[in-house]
Design a protein around this ligand. Structure first.
Ligand SMILES: Nc1nc2c(ncn2[C@@H]2O[C@H](COP(=O)(O)OP(=O)(O)O)[C@@H](O)[C@H]2O)c(=O)[nH]1
Ligand SMILES: [Mg+2]
Length: 283
């Protein structure tokens, strides 16, 4: 049944199919899928690579390819327990009001409506008590929202830039990116349908100027056709290679509705926050 739902994906699923697709947020259910469907859920690039000629250099898209066992280990970190609380902890507008934390931190930035909050909600789907607000109105997240994952790491949902961005967005985000000592990785989200926009380049410039490590995440792949998605990925590959110095070479691709790529991203976060050692170290 789960497999059928995965196949019959529509861009805006109703509540029943949402419930069924949400079952895919746990790896235990993913193992019930056929090999092909499981691969496209866990490693969504595998679905696309068949359309690429072998002459095209695709190595960067498979740099981070953990084993099933490693994906399971990462899932544990995203699963709450009495000794491992996963909670929304606080919000802040100015750097002086941000909690001082010792554990590694990751943050999610991108244009308003790109899917930041939805992706964070998908990442935390195994902790249903965590409240991540997703709005149909762009510009909803106006503060930096901090979520703590036990003592393992903190995750920050940032206000979006662009349409209805808070006036003091730059004053809020720039000092955070520049000064946050425990920030280990910034996830820069790009809408799969819209592609890389001028405003995204402002975020790229900030990360490059401050020399902080960041990684592209292409969102909403469930409603992006494969051709334009591949074109965007190849464009990103060249952009990263030619114009960036602190960007991770592999862009991640996700759908927060179908959960594709979400397990892989959990594993990457567990890895960069030093909560998971991988058998083969990704470059
Ligand atoms: N089809 C689809 N829609 C998505 C996805 N992620 C987010 N959305 C929708 O995009 C809109 C904006 O999402 P939100 O997470 O609030 O974006 P934010 O402003 O970046 O935090 C909402 O209507 C979401 O339902 C996705 O993976 N697939
Ligand atoms: Mg948001």
């Amino acid at each position: 049944m789960v497999g059928r739902v995965l196949l019959g994906l529509c861009s805006v699923p109703g509540p029943r199919s949402v419930r069924r697709v949400q079952q895919l947020s746990s790896l235990r259910n993913a193992v019930l899928l056929s090999e092909r469907k499981r691969r496209s859920l866990l490693y969504p690039f595998s679905e696309l690579e068949t359309h690429l000629s072998r002459q095209v250099d695709q190595g960067c898209f498979r740099l981070f390819q953990p084993s099933m066992e490693e994906l399971f280990m990462a899932e544990k970190i995203f699963t709450p327990s009495p000794r491992h609380d996963i909670v929304y902890s606080s919000s802040a507008v100015h750097i002086e009001h941000m909690p001082q934390l010792a554990q590694p931190e990751v943050c999610f930035i991108g244009r308003s409506n790109v899917g930041k909050s939805s992706l964070i909600r998908a990442l935390f789907s195994l902790a249903p008590d965590v409240e991540v607000r997703v709005s149909k109105t762009p510009g909803h997240t106006k503060k930096l929202n901090f979520f703590t994952v036990g003592r393992a790491f903190t995750l920050v949902d940032m206000p979006g830039y662009g349409y209805r961005a808070p006036k003091d967005f730059v004053e809020m985000v720039e000092p955070y990116l520049q000064q946050r000592q425990n920030l280990v990785r910034t996830f820069l989200l790009v809408d799969g349908g819209a592609g890389l926009q001028k405003l995204d380049l402002v975020a790229v410039e900030m990360c490059e100027e401050f020399g902080i490590p960041y990684v592209f995440v292409v969102t909403k792949i469930d409603r992006t056709r494969q051709g334009p998605l591949l074109t965007l990925l190849l464009q990103l590959r060249d952009f990263i290679k030619d114009q960036t110095s602190t960007c991770y070479a592999q862009p991640f691709i996700v759908s927060s509705i179908q959960f594709s790529g979400v397990h892989l991203l959990r594993c990457f976060i567990a890895h960069v926050t030093r909560n998971l050692q991988l058998s083969s170290k990704p470059t």
